[in-house]
Write a protein that binds this ligand. Structure first.
Ligand code: NAP
Length: 459
């Protein structure tokens, strides 16, 4: 089946590509396996030099990469430029720190000398989503290549141009043929690749069903996986918080990337003492957002990435409303001058009075739809925050020390941000608990995921 690049703001088909055939896939896997034997023997210094070059390419051509991202998946152009810059940052971070994270670790035992040595595993398959089409790939690829692993990228089918651009960056940066390859293919090839003995491990960033599938196939093959899955992050505001800052951050945290971020704040849990004021100011700010073509710098919120995502979101809101949720603003496909667009636009939306058995309570809403909840105590806030099956990020706004400590200790999530918005940073580990996945990316935790942690004991 051909793979198409479609502009979600206009519906225009930008380019189509043939999927890899079996023979081409076999060639790519063989090339990756060969490349591993050479690449793993290069020094940290050589790999760091290439990674620094990748960072330079990303930075010097950021506008062009940003355009590719925006045209292919609809993220606002300024955010796309920042995404390219962040990729340069993660390349530099691992170029500068990989060797330090992976030095031999001496352990005193009954041996004359005993230590831990980190060694690469081999070919790692990366199954990646379209929502941060550069960042998710680079946060995997920079540490993977720095440790001597090689990468095969199965990117989301709607971002083939991004996938090819990333392969080209590593090639131009000087990484050897086969060290990082893009496989233009649908998700049906994943099983075959994972069953191939030349492939050592896999990482998947994406939805829960995709994660379950990859984990079970890899499990049968006894292959290591890292899963970065969905989230329905809570954003809790208590009366002692800086109110204005909490409101403006809440709007940004919900609508970043047109609402399509795993760590976007999705459930706003507001203390009774400030709820009414919060609801009013939050709704007013959501109404003020400029929705439009993401290629224009003035746009705050662009289209959803595909018609399917728009339809899913529309259905989730309809079912939630039919169950009793109230729409405070939005709730429809976006019209421009009274007309529906060919793009996949949805109005920034706020829901309240959300019943327990509705999608807005239970599921991840992947678009600019915020769910508001009123609570009367800290205990209730924590209980509601933890009620979902997800556990990716969480944010809590308070200036009370004892409340802060309880949030840090009791929120069931891979991260807790106090008085701030959840965001990833190369220096800090990133990942989830519960159905949001397992394993960590970034920092020294991420770089050690696909390694043989070898014990060495000498008499
Ligand atoms: P998705 O449908 O799961 O797709 C992600 C990737 O998995 C794509 O490359 C897709 O390929 C592939 N895929 C889909 N089904 C598969 C299967 N059964 N077996 C193997 N591969 C499969 O997810 P999405 O809609 O692109 O992304 C949105 C989801 O990702 C949200 O739930 C979001 O929260 C999550 N996410 C999590 C993180 C994190 O760091 N935790 C970051 C970003 C996004 P095709 O495109 O060819 O179908």
């Amino acid at each position: 089946m051909p793979i198409s690049s479609i502009n979600p703001a206009t519906g225009e088909v930008l380019q189509t590509f043939d999927s890899l055939n079996e023979h081409q896939l076999e060639e790519k896997i063989a090339r990756a396996a060969e490349a591993f034997h050479e690449h793993r023997r290069t020094s940290f210094a050589e790999r760091a030099e290439r990674m620094m070059r990748a960072a330079e390419i990303l930075e010097s051509e950021k506008k062009s990469f940003a355009r590719t991202m925006t045209l292919e998946m609809g993220k606002p152009i300024n955010a796309a430029v920042q995404e390219a810059e962040k990729c340069a940052w993660v390349c530099r971070y691992y170029a500068e720190n990989a060797e330090r994270h992976l030095g031999d670790e001496i352990v005193e035992t009954n041996a004359t000398k005993s230590f831990v040595r980190y060694q690469p595993l081999g070919v790692v398959l990366a199954v990646m989503p379209w929502n941060f089409p550069f960042w998710h790939v680079f946060r995997f690829a920079a540490p993977a290549l720095m440790v001597g692993n090689v990468g095969l990228l199965k990117h989301a089918s709607n971002v083939p141009q991004c996938a090819l651009a990333i392969e080209d960056i590593f090639h131009r940066a000087g990484f050897m043929e086969g060290a990082f390859q893009t496989l233009l293919a649908g998700s049906d090839v994943v099983e075959k690749i994972l069953e191939d003995p030349r492939v050592a491990a896999a990482t998947l960033t994406g939805s829960e069903p995709a994660g379950r599938s990859v984990a079970s196939i890899a499990g049968k093959q006894i292959k290591k996986t890292v899963l970065e899955l969905g989230g329905s992050d809570p954003f809790i505001v208590m009366p002692s918080a800086n109110f204005e800052e909490a409101v403006s951050t809440a709007v940004k945290a919900r609508t970043i990337n047109n609402g399509q971020s795993c760590i976007a704040a999705k459930r706003f849990i507001i203390h009774d003492g400030i709820y009414d004021r919060f609801e009013k100011e939050f709704v007013d700010a959501m109404k003020r957002l400029r929705v439009g073509n993401p290629i224009e710098e003035s746009t705050d919120v662009g289209p959803l990435a595909t018609e399917r995502i728009l339809k899913d979101l529309e259905d989730q809101v309809k079912v939630s409303v039919a169950a009793g949720a109230k729409i405070l603003t939005g709730g429809q496909r976006m019209k421009f001058d009274g007309e529906l667009s060919r793009g996949h636009f949805y109005e920034p939306t706020v829901l309240a009075d959300i019943p327990k058995d509705s999608p807005a309570f239970r599921d991840e809403l992947f678009g600019p739809v915020a769910s508001l909840f009123r609570v009367s105590s800290l205990d209730e806030a924590i209980e509601l925050a933890n009620v979902t099956t997800f556990g990716l990020g969480s944010a809590a706004w308070t200036n009370d020390e004892s409340e802060r400590d309880r949030f840090i200790n009791e929120l069931e999530a891979g991260s807790v941000f106090i008085n701030g918005m959840v965001a990833s940073d190369p220096r800090l580990p990133f990942g989830g608990v519960k159905h949001s996945g397992y394993g960590r990316e970034l920092a020294e935790f991420g770089i050690r995921e696909f390694m043989n942690i070898k014990t060495v004991w000498m008499k």
